[in-house]
Design a protein around this ligand. Structure first.
Ligand SMILES: C[S@@+](CC[C@H](N)C(=O)[O-])C[C@H]1O[C@@H](n2cnc3c(N)ncnc32)[C@H](O)[C@@H]1O
Length: 142
C-alpha cells in the first residue's frame, strides 16, 4: 500500500495499533525503494487520528463489507480520507460510527471480503478517476 500511495501520489496514514508490523525494519523490507517517495503519517490512536482529521476538515470514508452503498455510487471529493480495516478483523464498531460514509465494493453472494491492498487499489482508482486525481507522466494531475 505504501507503493500504491507512492506511485499515485497519495499520502498514507497508519492508525495504531496496526494489524501488521510497523517497525522501521519491517517497513524498509516491505516498502523497498518506494519508501523514499511514499508519504506516510502515523497516528498513535484512532482518537489522535480523529483530532487531526476533524481539524483538517476531511470527510472520513470507510470501506467495509457492512455497508449498503456501492463505492461507484458515491461522489468522492479530492480531500476525502479513505479508511480500510484490519486484514484480520476489519474496522471496529466505533470506527464505523465515526465515518461520514460507509462504502462497499460489491461482491458475489456468499464470499467474505477482498483483501486489504486490493480493496485500497480499487477504492483509490475510483476516487481518483472521479476527482481527476491521477498523476500525469509530466508530474501534474490528470
Ligand atoms: C480482509 S478485509 C477484513 C475482513 C474482516 N473479516 C471483516 O469482516 O471485516 C480487510 C479490509 O478490506 C476492506 N474490504 C474488503 N473487502 C471489501 C469490500 N467488498 N467492500 C468494502 N471494503 C472491503 C475493508 O476495509 C476491510 O476492513
Amino acid at each position: 500500500m505504501a507503493r500504491l500511495g507512492a506511485c499515485l501520489g497519495v499520502p498514507l496514514a497508519i492508525i495504531e495499533p496496526a494489524g501488521f508490523p510497523t517497525t522501521d525494519r519491517a517497513f524498509v523490507r516491505a516498502g523497498m525503494d518506494y519508501l523514499d517517495v511514499a508519504v506516510i503519517e502515523r497516528h498513535a490512536s484512532f482518537a489522535a487520528f480523529e483530532s487531526w482529521r476533524r481539524a483538517a476538515g476531511h470527510r472520513l470514508v470507510l470501506f467495509t463489507t457492512a455497508a449498503d452503498t456501492a463505492f461507484t455510487e458515491f461522489a468522492f471529493r479530492p480531500d476525502d480520507v479513505l479508511l480500510f480495516g484490519r486484514e484480520s478483523a476489519g474496522a471496529p464498531d466505533h470506527v464505523h460510527a465515526a465515518a461520514d460514509a460507509r462504502l462497499i465494493i460489491p461482491m458475489r453472494p456468499g464470499l467474505r471480503s477482498l483483501n486489504l491492498a486490493v480493496t485500497a487499489a480499487m477504492a483509490l482508482s475510483e476516487a481518483l478517476r472521479q476527482t481527476g486525481g491521477f498523476p500525469r507522466p509530466d508530474g501534474a494531475r490528470a
